[in-house]
Design a protein around this ligand. Structure first.
Ligand code: SF4
Length: 353
């Protein structure tokens, strides 16, 4: 099969096998990339029209017990500035966000044992009581199954846990001993079983990544069937061993967004901040390639620069309201409109095989 035939197969069957995905990623031409993009945009527009969902991101802690080799807030980075938001800080971010029109709050942080189940359950309960029309997404890394169940019972709706790479050997080159690929994958399945709207995802262009790894990532997403998928280019951080690696390619990230959209037509697919970091128009391009979500930052501006997963992260200086205005203008410039809704996953009558 040539690239156009594979694109057509993706569009009509939402499937391709591993060899076809590898062939497509390695051989796609600019013209074929444009065909892929148009198809992905069309599928996203069938589902979401010109509407873009927003998620208010609240970065609650820059402490992390883990030591992922690529991450700027890894435990062993002595230069990282550590902070934690108090429950009052977090609620105040939600207050501001709600007034701005956000109906999803994403509580994200490193794996920080300071945030016990009791503390988080109370916080989730309080947010739900104040804003019963809002969804709560957690992005707090791997927790015990019991903990994940408790947080769900307390009212959390969604959980983001990027798998980072679907290849165990590759995972082990990005993470130290003691971090388990199997546990990460099992946790993703558990999240789905509990009932969370679940988000997986991976880095594009991470150190030692091969095209085969990317094909495995695409097939893993297809198999897991998460409701959300966050992908962004790898961006190096100066205080990690991977500081000298190139960032992931814009073109490849966009191509993968389009393929994910064709393989998973209903999936909630963000145009990530990392994409906006490697290219001034990265998020707009992400939308034009099939993404349908953006995640402006609601964290207090005095802490933004300290949640430094990678270098040169954008939007670390602005207030939440400024971020939102900027994004609204960016979306408008390409004919899209940000909407104030929870933006839950909905399965339309796709022709999934
Ligand atoms: S990637 Fe996540 S789990 Fe790993 S060190 Fe960074 S914050 Fe911690």
């Amino acid at each position: 099969m040539n690239c156009n035939e594979i694109i057509n197969k993706l569009k009509t069957t939402q499937n391709a096998d591993k060899d076809e995905l590898i062939y497509l990623l390695d051989n796609i031409t600019d013209d074929e990339r444009e065909t892929l993009r148009k198809n992905a945009q069309e599928v996203a527009q069938e589902r979401f029209g010109n509407k873009i969902f927003i998620r208010g991101l609240i970065e609650i802690s820059s402490f992390c017990k883990n030591d992922c080799f690529y991450c700027g807030i890894r435990r062993s980075n002595k230069n990282a500035v550590r902070y934690r938001l108090s429950a009052e800080d977090i609620l105040s971010c939600c207050d501001k966000g709600y007034a701005l029109g956000f109906r999803t709050f994403v509580l994200q942080g490193g794996e920080d044992s300071h945030f016990t189940d009791d503390m988080l359950c109370e916080l989730i309960g309080e947010i739900k009581q104040r804003y019963p029309d809002c969804a709560i997404t957690l992005s707090l890394g791997e927790r015990s199954f019991d903990s994940l169940q408790r947080l769900y019972n307390a009212g959390a709706d969604r959980y983001l846990l990027r798998h980072e790479t679907a290849c165990k050997a590759h995972y082990e080159r990005l993470h130290p001993d003691g971090m388990s690929f199997d546990n990460r994958v099992n946790t993703l399945y558990k999240l789905k079983e509990i009932g969370y709207q679940t988000g997986a995802g991976f880095m594009v262009g991470s150190p030692f990544q091969t095209t085969e790894n990317l094909a495995d990532d695409l097939l893993f997403i297809k198999k897991l069937k998460p409701q959300m998928c966050g992908i962004g280019p790898f961006v190096p951080h100066k205080d990690t061993d991977y500081r000298d690696f190139e960032h992931g390619s814009l073109e490849l990230t966009l191509t993968l967004l389009s393929i994910i959209r064709l393989m998973n037509p209903d999936i909630l697919l963000p145009a990530t901040t990392a994409l906006g970091t490697i290219d001034f128009r990265g998020r707009e391009l992400g939308i034009l390639h099939g993404a349908n979500v953006v995640m402006p930052n609601l964290s207090p501006s005095e802490h933004r620069k300290d949640y430094s997963l990678y270098d040169n992260k954008i939007c670390t200086g602005e207030e939440a309201a400024e971020c939102l205005v900027c994004l609204k203008n960016r979306m408008r410039s390409i004919g899209y409109e940000i909407v104030n809704s929870r933006g839950d996953y909905r399965q339309l009558n796709n022709k999934e095989k």
